[in-house]
Design a protein around this ligand. Structure first.
Ligand code: AHG
Ligand code: MN
Ligand code: MN
Length: 340
């Protein structure tokens, strides 16, 4: 039997990959893994403990009802980042504004973390997979001073590391530091993440598409044309592509990463700029997708090239297998040319 590689061992082995190999990023990734284990414990008890399940009673700045677990996970990660010393500030879905940590200890931190503490949280009550998404940048402000909004609004191409934790039938942590993508499964019996998916590659073509099809009639023509294409019989298999939509971005993306596929959330009349948030949902997954051989676009622009203008900025989002994303982009281009 081959030896198990734990996440900690893996991070240490790869430390030399980082441009600034001082061990701080390794410690930060380790902090994220510890916080995610605590959140796993809470997620696994949802439904049993009243303090954990259900609505928090508040709204976040985006007008969405907060679940108790949203707030619990948010606090857990923030606590870990504040105590770790590597991070000078954070931005998250559950905080209207970014948070600059005010201790001198934290101000010396070289990194900022942008994160969605619980993605797909409307799925908690129905026992469906949810996740955490994170994105790490070097600060652009001076070490020793307070974190600034500019630290938070860097384009996705500047990410140093990004990843997600999927609280699914098992808990998995998947991350990249720009040298490929690796996946780790939490072995609950020893409390360790173990390397289970080394060097993940997204198949160039998949047979599954993922979209909230309730939105199809209000989506732009290029998207309608692509979904119609997916629903045609594929001569190779004598059947159309399969539709798969969990409604947790992390879980839908994870399936596409492993099996090949595409996830589409276009702009709609109710979400004219798109539904998903650029800095803590789209950018981290776009970095992972590209590192695994996939693509991520708004339909008109590479996601990682967008310069964010505000913290909770939303974009139309198309991510997945290279050939599938290329096809939808072509159809959008074609439909837009005809319209002009
Ligand atoms: P969050 O729970 O962090 O607010 O994110 C929910 C997102 C994403 O996970 C999912 O893909 C999408 O919203 C679902 O939206 P619809 O219900 O409109 O399909
Ligand atoms: Mn989310
Ligand atoms: Mn969320």
């Amino acid at each position: 039997m081959s030896k198990v590689t734990t996440l900690n061992e893996f991070i240490m082995d790869r430390q030399h990959d980082f441009a600034y190999a001082t061990g701080e990023l390794s410690r930060l990734l380790n902090d994220i893994s510890v916080a995610s284990k605590i959140v796993t414990r809470d997620v696994r008890r949802a439904g049993l403990v009243d303090a954990i399940q259900g609505a928090q009673g508040g709204m976040n700045i985006q007008g969405e009802a907060q679940q108790k677990l949203d707030v619990i996970a948010d606090n857990q990660f923030i606590k870990m980042f504040e105590a770790g010393g590597e991070v000078c500030g954070i931005a998250s879905e559950e905080n209207d504004d970014f948070v600059a940590f005010d201790s001198d200890f934290s101000k010396k931190g070289k990194y900022v973390v942008l994160f969605d503490p619980l993605d797909g949280s409307s799925n908690i009550d129905v026992n469906v997979s949810i996740g955490t998404i994170f994105s790490i940048y070097r600060r652009t402000s001076k070490v020793g001073e307070s974190a600034t909004i500019e630290d938070m609004l860097q384009s996705g191409a500047e990410q140093i590391a990004a990843g997600y934790v999927l609280y699914g039938s098992s808990t998995m942590l998947v991350y990249t530091t720009g040298f490929g993508v690796n996946g780790f499964t939490l072995d609950p019996s020893i409390g360790e993440y173990c390397l289970s998916h080394p060097n993940m590659r997204m198949p160039e073509l998949g047979r599954q598409y993922s979209m909230n099809e309730g939105n199809i009639k209000v989506s732009e023509k290029g998207i309608q044309d692509y979904i119609a294409y997916c629903q045609e019989t594929d001569p190779a298999t004598n059947r159309p592509y399969s539709g798969r939509y969990i409604g947790s971005l992390v879980a839908d993306f994870h399936r596409s990463l492993i099996k090949g596929g595409i996830y589409i959330y276009p702009d709609t009349p109710s979400h004219p700029e798109g539904r998903l948030r650029l800095i803590y949902e789209c950018n981290p997954l776009a970095f992972i997708a590209e590192q695994a051989g996939g693509l991520a676009t708004t339909g008109r622009k590479r996601v990682l090239d967008i310069k964010p203008e505000k913290l909770h900025q939303r974009i139309p989002f198309i991510i997945g297998s290279k050939k599938m994303v290329e096809r939808v982009v072509n159809l959008i281009e074609k439909a837009s040319t005809v319209e002009q």
